[in-house]
Design a protein around this ligand. Structure first.
Ligand code: AMP
Ligand code: MN
Ligand code: MN
Length: 324
């Protein structure tokens, strides 16, 4: 903690970045840290390569997040949040970050590669927002209601509303403090879980219909195609969380959701680009499986992106059922 604070005390211009296809933790951590650095008197640029999902656009200062950086600006420090691997920021931003003298890596993925010059990597933290909270406390700047809302949202979403295996005492302790600082839990929940488009609910219907289960009942598989997104007028951000339905089936230890990525037809015969999300009941380490396929994550939530045919991916994943 202190090594990061001491470094920041001598910095002026910081570029903050989190992972592509951002979730509530990636966005909440970015905003909370950005606002705290500004409160310390630093200049902070908030950056993410992907669009911000509609459900997170209520967050304070969210409009400050930009997808491109001004080439004429120079930064002395890059802070990379919620990324197990620097590549997770996207290729364009990774190149920009690699030109910045000091890279600070703040993350909670067990598969973190240890990139950067300064690290605060805590695999037992429930969310990057938990680590961001402690860093901000070490900076001794006041936690405004805006910062509190961003931290609360990061912890709420990464713990699946305090249900997933990463839910720890800090999650409750910090969120209680954020509520004391003015966060309204029902308002946040209404934005995050209660403002879905009708298309998203229709997409849920198609996703549920696609569920297949292994012979031993321990593995469930969900598939989402680009056609399903078109049919329902949705975007890939609307697929967020759907995998939890596949995970919630009795006796299922491992659930996978295979999501076709756009322009996946431009590859070799029948091949496409797919994102595979995996969730486990905690008895199977899905971060190990995801790492094997070039991705990463946590023990009970992980993912990877792969170029292959859908049938190959499906049979490879179904093949895991016998090991469960
Ligand atoms: P998702 O599959 O997008 O729901 O992500 C589940 C978890 O795995 C998150 O903590 C992600 O940060 C992580 N993850 C997803 N995709 C990748 C990837 N390609 N490389 C490394 N980690 C990933
Ligand atoms: Mn994340
Ligand atoms: Mn996270």
């Amino acid at each position: 903690m202190d090594h990061i604070r001491n470094h920041l005390k001598n910095s002026r211009r910081v570029l903050l970045v989190s992972h592509v296809n951002p979730d509530g933790d990636a966005i909440g951590s970015l905003i909370a840290m950005g606002l705290a650095l500004e409160a310390m008197g630093l200049s902070a640029t908030l950056c993410n390569a992907s669009p911000i999902p509609a459900v997170y656009r209520f967050l304070p200062a969210v409009q400050r997040i930009t997808d491109r950086i001004d080439g004429t600006q120079t930064y002395d420090t890059a802070m990379v949040l919620d990324c197990g691997d620097l590549k997770r920021v996207g290729n364009r931003l990774m190149e920009a970050i690699n030109r910045i003298p000091i890279i600070v890596n703040v993350d909670h993925h067990i598969t973190n590669t240890g990139f950067g010059h300064l690290q605060q990597v805590e695999p037992f933290a429930c969310a990057t927002a938990e680590i961001v909270y402690r860093l901000i406390r070490s900076f001794e700047v006041p936690v405004s209601r805006s910062i509190a809302t961003a931290i609360y949202t990061g912890i709420l979403t990464d713990t699946g509303s305090f249900r997933f295996a990463n839910t720890n005492r800090a999650a409750f302790r910090i969120c209680e403090e954020m509520v004391a600082l003015g966060v309204d839990p029902s308002k946040v929940a209404q934005h995050v879980y209660g403002t879905y488009s009708l298309g998203r609910i229709k997409l849920l219907n198609l996703a549920l219909d696609s569920i297949e289960i292994s012979n031993n009942g321990k593995l469930s598989l969900m598939c989402l195609s680009q056609g399903m997104l078109q049919e329902t007028g949705t975007q890939s951000e609307d697929a967020d969380g759907l995998i939890n339905y596949a995970r919630s089936i009795r006796n299922v230890k491992l659930a996978a959701m295979i999501q076709e990525r756009p322009n996946s037809g431009t590859h070799a015969e029948g091949e496409g680009r797919y994102h595979v999300s995996m969730r486990s009941d905690g008895t199977v380490d899905v971060s190990e499986i995801a790492s094997y396929f070039g991705g990463g994550g946590h023990v009970s939530a992980a993912g990877f992106t792969i170029e292959s045919t859908l049938s190959n991916i499906k049979s490879e994943i179904m093949g895991l059922a016998d090991t469960l």
